[in-house]
Structures are given as C-alpha cells and as structure tokens.
Design a protein around this ligand. Sequence first.
Ligand SMILES: *Cc1c(COP(=O)(O)O)cnc(C)c1O
Length: 372
Amino acid sequence: MKEFGACPTPFYFYDMKLLDLTLDAIIKEKGDFHVHYALKANSNPEIVSHIAARGFGADCVSGGEIQRALDCGVPANKIVFAGVGKTDAEINLALRVGIGCFNVESAEEMQVISALAVKAGTVARIAIRVNPNIDAHTHANITTGLAENKFGINFEMLPATVNLAHSLPGVELTGLHFHIGSQILDNEPFERLCHVINRLQTQVRVNHINVGGGLGIDYVAPDEHPIPDFGSYFDVFRRNLNLMPGQTLHFELGRSIVAQCGSLISRVVYVKHGTAKNFLICDAGMSELIRPALYQARHKIENLSEPADAPIEKYDVVGPVCESSDVFGTDELLPVSCRGDLIAFRSAGAYGETMASNYNLRHLETPFYLEK
Ligand SMILES: *Cc1c(COP(=O)(O)O)cnc(C)c1O
C-alpha cells in the first residue's frame, strides 16, 4: 500500500489491481454464465465503471442505482432490478431505459409494473423472485431466503403468481430469480438451491434462471485469500443445476467482487488508558463503516505506522461516534500504537462506503483514494 502520511483521514482506499485480478478470475471461471455486479455492495462510480468496462451487467435495487449503472457504462439490457419496494418513478425509469429484467417480489408489484408498462406502450420482461426457504447459515440480518423474510414469493404462491404473469398484458415472464443471503462460505446452501430449482423447473418454463449472489470472502485472512474461489462456486451450479436447452444462467455477485480490494484508512486520535482496558480511538467510526455495529462483523485491523517487530499491546479499537456499538474490535493485539498512527480496516470494499452516513456530522463525505 502507498504512503498515506499526509493524507487527511478517514478515507476509503481501493486497490484497483486487485479488483482487476478478481474480475480476471471471474471471467476465467464463469464460462457462458452471466454475471451482474450488485451495485449496493459499492456504487462508487470509479469502481462501477471499471467493472462495467470488463463486460459485467448490473444488479440494482433502486432507481438511483439504475442511473448510476447507466452513467458508468452498463448497457441497459444487462441491468436487472430487484427490491421489495420499487416505486412508480423507479419502475418508469426502468421501463423508459429498457432494462433487461425486473425481479418481481410480489403479485401486487407485478400488477403495478404491468399497468405502468401498458401506459408506456411497452412490455416489461420480468422474473419472479422465489423464496427457496433455504437457511444459508449466515448472520440473521443478512439471510434472505427463509419463508419468514420479506423477500420474494413462497412456493405455495408460485403457481398463482405464474398464472397472474401470463394473464397481465404489460409483463412477459422470462425468468425465475433467487437470492438466499450473503457472506456464504460453504457451498452446501448453493447446492440445495440447485436442487430446489431443478424441482421448480418441472413446473415453470422460463428463458433464464438467476441464482442471485451471496458468495462470501475471508475477513480473517485477506492477504492469504484475496480472491474468492470462483472456480468451485461456479462448479457447484455446473454440476448440480439442470438447465433446460437454451436457458441462460445469471448471477448477481456483490461482496465477492469488491470486498477485498477496499480498506478504510483511519488515524488514531487518542490512545486512551482506562482502568480495565486500553482504547485506540480512531477518526473513523460506524458512520464510515457500519458493518461491525450492524452485524457484529469483524474487519482485520492493521497499524500501518508502527514496525512489524514492535512490542504488542491489547486494545479495544473504537470510533468517535456517540454510540456504544461504535466498536471495530475488542482485545485486538496490535503493535504499541501512538496518536497519529494510521490504522487500516481491511476487506471494507463491500457494504462500506455505500452504507456510510452523516451521523454526528463529522464530515459531509467520506473521501476515497484509488491506487491504479
Ligand atoms: C445484495 C444482493 C445481492 C448481492 O449479494 P452479495 O452477498 O453482495 O453477493 C444479489 N442479489 C440480490 C437480490 C441482493 O439483494
């Protein structure tokens, strides 16, 4: 990593070479599968443009993301649009630019899309998002495929929903869509998803299957595993999923593409010695990176300023925000640290910058730095 000595902190750092190597690996392993990058993981225009330039499509969850994808060079027909609460304005934007597919999450939404499409004199291509009722063994706040989640349509309602799609003049049913959760490190839930889809394929005929995203990354050892094992991930689908002749298979990968190329760089404001604990108080907090506070996530913490052979001390690494949950790590073993030292929170390229807020109004925007 570059010398950051004088840079104002905090900021996001993106290693564009690693992003490129990650994209190379996906392109090598995906074969004729279609990959749509999930913009909600990181919608920084530099990142999105870079991914778009390599031929990836986009998975969007709002009108703003659709606009961002278009602005960054993603062709409209490679954009898919998911989300349980698509507004009329967002649907109209998607119809106007001619996106590839609406991933529809309810019968109610399907009726609105159809009506707006008829009004616009067009037909919307749609996929029905099916809730496969699979436990992805991931954190409760990021599992999406269980019957009790707000996402998608449950099995029992699928036949009626398919019939509705066939009866509506403004929609054309082209696909089935699934997404079981995020940060999934074990291939077994994906295998079970394939078996569920194989069963549904006997009931519903569509042109494409979209299995969503969710492939996890190594937050513990980012330097040992900078690039996820895309080979065995795509192989799970190649081996277990029975595609119909002519049917295409689509993926929506977010985290696995961008997480490892990003770090949040912060500076130690104070080293505070308490009675029970020592604290490193950083100038970045949950307002820049909310994952630890929101999901008890852990990002590898490194002191970039002290020599590797410095004596070790135990610290709670915390942010400046007025919330008890603004903690990056407890009992972290780090080199003895000083005010002004630079701290890196690794693997922060996904769900970092996009989830940043102005809470506490410490600054109006989180800056970023690209190393090309
Ligand atoms: C968030 C999301 C994704 C991307 O998930 P990752 O875990 O980042 O790969 C894909 N599809 C849908 C529908 C999503 O909501």
